[in-house]
Design a protein around this ligand. Structure first.
Ligand SMILES: [Zn+2]
Length: 85
């Protein structure tokens, strides 16, 4: 995760329970998920609120996507990793 993505995460709150990412224990921070819609981050989920499916999906996203941004509209977006598989 790059510095811009980290800055974004530091302002993040869980969509379901409102927990602040910034105040989580660092072991737990690793488990937070970004919620994607059409390649854009639209929200976040803390580990307590993720379903098993969401957790598995995040692991796949983490392995296969690069996060970058902000783009010209101020969004953080994701794209498939290149040159690795
Ligand atoms: Zn939560």
């Amino acid at each position: 995760m790059d510095a811009q993505a980290k800055a974004l995460m530091n302002q993040a709150r869980c969509d379901r329970c409102g927990a602040r990412f910034r105040t989580q224990a660092s072991a737990k921070k690793q488990l937070w998920n970004a919620v994607f819609e059409g390649g854009e981050i639209v929200g976040f989920l803390c580990p307590d609120c993720q379903t098993a499916d969401e957790s598995a999906e995040a692991t796949i996203n983490e392995a296969t996507l690069d996060y970058y941004g902000p783009d010209e509209r101020g969004r953080t977006v994701a794209r498939p990793k290149e040159g690795e598989s």
